[in-house]
Design a protein around this ligand. Sequence first.
Ligand code: HGY
Ligand code: MN
Ligand code: MN
Ligand code: MN
Length: 416
Amino acid sequence: MNDRPAAGVRVDEARLTSLVEQLGRVGAQSSGGIIRPLYSPPWREAQDMVATMMSDAGLSVREDAVGNVFGRLAGDTAGPVLLTGSHIDTVVHGGAYDGALGVLSAIVALEACAAAGGTPRRTVEVVSLCEEESSRFHANYFGTRSILGLVAENEPELLVDPDGVTLAEAARSVGLDPARFSDARRDDIDTFLELHIEQGRTLVDAAIDVGVVDVITGFMWLEVVVDGRTDHAGATAMTNRQDALQAAARMITAVEGVALAEGHPAVATTGVVRVHPGGANIVPGRVEFTIDVRHPELDVLDQMVAAMREQCAAVATDRGVQVDLQVVKKTPPHTLDAGLRAVLQQAADTCGLTWRELPSGAGHDSQTMGTHVKAAMLFVPSVDGRSHSPAEYSTPHDCAQGASVLATAVRLLAWA
Ligand code: HGY
Ligand code: MN
Ligand code: MN
Ligand code: MN
């Protein structure tokens, strides 16, 4: 915080840092990073730890039917709830801040607001959302969609992880009952605030204290299957092959080319490639790979996917293989609530901090929450812009500044 006495609500840096370090140990891998997928034992341990942290902060705690954990500070007037928080799950070998910082900042922000101002005028709740990353199932903001009543009844049995475990079976393994999932629906929330690390380098390069997000990008995930023919690696002439991997490699390069041709902020990524049967002396017969493609304008996103389909089909014809592309996730871009963005800007000014509006290239619960309630996001700088990596880091100073802006915004919305 700069040296001007902050008229905002100040969060204790050491307290927030301690919570981040404690939670960051849950699912930590000796090989680096954190693995905390939905309904795994580390997920259960993390939600139980967050519940204790919420209780220690003076909040009344409950877990809903899908495993979202809420900490409530009842207001002295009836009316809709102001919800703030983020997600508890991580990507594979992810960092200690993505999602977690938003949950922990919300806890210490409510604690600081209550210490400064007593009972809020309106009820405020913290939420630790059960799933956002789709790192185990294509669950696609499962915690948020459950709250909004957007989960189809058959999803828990349909969604299967790479080991063949259904989402319903995984839920039972951590003490949840899929038959009750629909109980998670709420219609008493009208505002959602999410603090999150930027995961890019705009703030750190410009030495800006916090970011106020204007638009969250749209994105689609595709699963691509390329079918060729397994053959002997030594006895099959190069001209007589239907090599699925050689074809897939050209498709993956073509996909990158579509994003490069569109230009920034278009992005496309292949993060998973599975080669079958997977022998050094076998010409690959089948390859499965993923495409994550993003753009803040939905029509451009659709055009990019159409171009990718065309180019993959052309490679398949040229290489004598079959290709199938399936969309497994589609989340539209979302422009966040202008009124709430103004409150976040006012809160940063009140704290004497610099801020900038910026888009988010990462997807967030706020883009789904925002389809039903007013939603806004506050970014904290990411050192070197790194995330989805063990190198993910935000300084205690920057985290505490962000949490203080969140606390000040919550006070403006719920205490004033
Ligand atoms: O992929 C994303 O942008 C987010 O981290 N789920
Ligand atoms: Mn500072
Ligand atoms: Mn993430
Ligand atoms: Mn996240």
